[in-house]
Design a protein around this ligand. Sequence first.
Ligand SMILES: [Zn+2]
Ligand SMILES: [Zn+2]
Length: 381
Amino acid sequence: MASSRASLFGLLMIGGLMGMSNLIANESVMGDTTHLESSHFEEGKYINANPEIKQDMSNLGSILKRYLFEKRVDPTPENVPLEHIDANNLQLDDKNAVYRLGHSSILLKLEGKVWLADPVFSERASFVQWAGPKRFHPVPLDVEQLPEIEGVIISHDHYDHLDEGTIKQLNSRVKNFFVPKGVDAHLKSWGVSEDRVHALDWWESVEVGGVSLTATPAQHFSGRGLFDGNETLWASWVIKTKEHSLFFSGDSGYFDGFKLIGERFGPFDITLMETGAYDRDWADIHMLPEESVQAHIDLKGKVMVPIHNGTFDLALHPWYEPFNRVSEEAKKRSVTLATPVIGEKVSLDHIESNSSWWLNARQFIDKLDDVHAANLSSVAD
Ligand SMILES: [Zn+2]
Ligand SMILES: [Zn+2]
């Protein structure tokens, strides 16, 4: 019961139940993609491309009941293995690489420069640091050691993706911030100068230092308090350099946008795909692991890195279930997964599948090198 209460508080912290409880069936509108050509802003609120996806209180009672009374299985790990990143040596490492920093926080090395996506370094994904979802593991690098950051990319304004403390901590070292429309207001209120914030609508692109960024559609919602629901846009991101192509999902339910993005920007060397914090009661705004694999296929991804897991307890599933389900489905669908330990490098020039570290997370800590040696297999594209 204690963990159910903690988790319920977590759910409230990351965006409010009003958004989580959209339960209107998602009628597929495949074929006609005009609804995806732009974001939809009506009466001060963004709405999803499929208007059937509603953000309302329709199922609040049933969700609350489940959070209070459902018996939880392994909501949090005893230990999560970690590879420390020496931020001082980042410059010397691979020129093109991806590192998971936890949950959906990603460090990207693109053509030798450092980028961050949805960086959350605080102890809790919450509007206060004395309550709310607490991280399972420390951040795998000393944030103060980070070199100049070429760009910070934000998918939407939920607490597990946009953290005020982290933005303030990084601010002086970041050249540019890239956010969906409306999210710029948060950054500016935290002291980020206007000239460094680029707020993009869906399908808008910017190019910075040889990296092209496009905000692309997602099916989700936004808000940081009880009264600001959906006032800012949510997005996924296409990130391209001369040599590489990446997709960062942000948060999204499964929808026909993935296919359209795949057609316009695919194939992708790597897709960083939301795989966690899902539930049958909010399946329209967070994908089930099987849908994450389908989305990766729709996007024409080559290697999929499951993210949005392993750091915070935000739903009702066991902490390791996203990894197990996505692995099973990937095997069935012949999809190549890369599942790095938090902090472990995934080189874009030589992608490795990594080990199934979650299967024995506790023992893994003592046997990191053995497990690596046994499980690493090259899947270079
Ligand atoms: Zn979200
Ligand atoms: Zn999220």
